[in-house]
Design a protein around this ligand. Structure first.
Ligand code: PMP
Length: 330
């Protein structure tokens, strides 16, 4: 363990693995989860933010006094704003207005300049990703971080997350799974682990409303249903996802993911967002597919504290038609 970190950048990554008790007992497997909510910005996306910034500096596309522009569901923006502050860059974040109030307030508090846009399809030029690219083009000395198609994102996981998991499990790992936002985590950890051991099974855990389950199952991008999960749910093959080594795939609904969020909180003291709950449900599905005695790793992406006004708010759960846990209503 490092005794004194040099700066905030040195605090990104090297997160612990925690054994999930109930999921392990239920499946007869060992289900381990990487505590990415412990990164300085509170999510797995700090890794991509750091790598994208350092890569751009090395390539000369981000220079002293420059501006970082990104379209993000929130967590990448939080990472970029913190690392940007530490390095003296201005940060402009384009965010769909439907993202949680906590994330928007956090971004503003961290000094990011926020541009809120109405949610729309990727093919619409007003989509938050295209808006962020235009702002970057119009801003002098600006970098468009472009997390979806900039493969510095997945390099953070090939070089960082995957070797960490390998070292922490001492190479005893049978499967890995997580959901996809940009695909940086799944593709990067998948490629990194396969490099060390081609026999590790890499599984996609897809929320409803995303198109990747059908793509990996039968080669067709096709979505079914919808999800309230933030930060995941992809409808195209991003550059980060290209040639991702996916062996098997699961589709997990919000109710199943939310049941994991509530059980992990009440029974194991882990307070998490919905993408983490969906990941754990996916890890259980993978455990059932691989059979007892296997060791499976997944990702705890961010903290439930980021979703107090949504996942832990009875009125919001009612409005979305989602079940409320009894302790929230008494
Ligand atoms: N969960 C949350 C809460 C996120 O913000 C993100 C990032 N969009 C992800 C999961 C997915 O990570 P990735 O972009 O690496 O696919």
């Amino acid at each position: 363990m490092t005794k004194i970190a040099h700066d905030v950048l040195a605090l990104v990554g090297n997160t612990p693995l925690v054994r999930l008790q109930r999921a392990s007992e239920e499946t007869g497997c060992e289900i381990l989860a990487k505590c990415e909510f412990m990164n300085p910005g509170g999510s797995v996306k700090d890794r991509a933010a750091r790598y994208i910034i350092e890569d751009a500096e090395a390539q000369g596309t981000l220079r002293t006094g420059g501006t970082i522009v990104e379209g993000t569901a929130g967590n990448t923006g939080i990472g970029l704003a913190l690392i940007g502050a530490a390095k003296g860059y201005r940060t402009i974040i384009v965010i769909p207005e439907t993202q949680s109030q906590e994330k928007k307030d956090t971004l503003r508090a961290l000094g990011a300049e926020l541009v809120e846009v109405a949610p729309t399809s990727y093919s619409n030029p007003a989509h938050y990703v295209h808006t962020s690219r235009r702002i970057a083009e119009e801003t002098p000395n600006a970098l468009w971080s472009n997390q979806f198609d900039n493969i510095a994102n997945r390099m953070a996981h090939i070089r960082g997350t995957a070797p960490e998991i390998w070292a922490q499990t001492e190479g005893r790992i049978d499967g890995f799974t997580c959901a996809v936002g940009t695909g940086g985590t799944l593709a990067g950890v998948g490629l990194g682990l396969k490099e060390m051991s081609p026999g590790v099974t890499i599984a996609l855990t897809d929320p409803h409303g995303a198109s990747l389950y059908d793509y990996y199952a039968r080669g067709e991008l096709h979505a079914e249903g919808s999800s309230v999960a933030e930060g995941i749910g992809q409808s195209r093959i991003t550059a980060n996802l290209e040639s991702a080594p996916i062996d098997t795939q699961f589709r997990i609904g919000d109710e199943e993911g939310l049941a994991q969020v509530f059980s992990l909180l009440r029974e194991e003291g882990l307070c998490l967002g919905l993408s983490s709950g969906i990941n754990v449900a996916g890890a259980i599905a993978l455990a059932r597919e691989l059979g007892p005695g296997k060791r499976i790793v997944t990702i705890l992406c961010d903290s439930g504290m980021r979703y107090l006004s949504t996942l832990f708010n009875p009125a919001w759960l009612d409005a979305k038609g989602l079940p409320k846990p009894d302790w929230l209503t008494r």
